[in-house]
Ligand binder design. Structure first.
Ligand SMILES: [Zn+2]
Length: 62
């Protein structure tokens, strides 16, 4: 499993995204950014930052 939190990319927000792939996480992050952070599209620089911040977590730790 992979995980990303808003805080990982410097946003003061503890929402967590978990998925099997980067794409799953990016889709969740994009939806969240649009509804919670007033970011209808994620700029390429932020997307890169997100992908770099995604970390592998052990199965069953969620
Ligand atoms: Zn957030």
């Amino acid at each position: 499993m992979k995980q990303l939190t808003c805080r990982d990319i410097g946003v003061d927000c503890d929402v967590k995204f978990v998925g099997e792939t980067e794409e799953e996480i990016m889709a969740q992050a994009a939806a969240h950014a649009a509804s919670e952070h007033n970011l209808p599209t994620i700029p390429p620089g932020i997307e890169q930052k997100c992908r770099a911040a995604i970390k592998e977590i052990p199965e069953g730790s969620v």
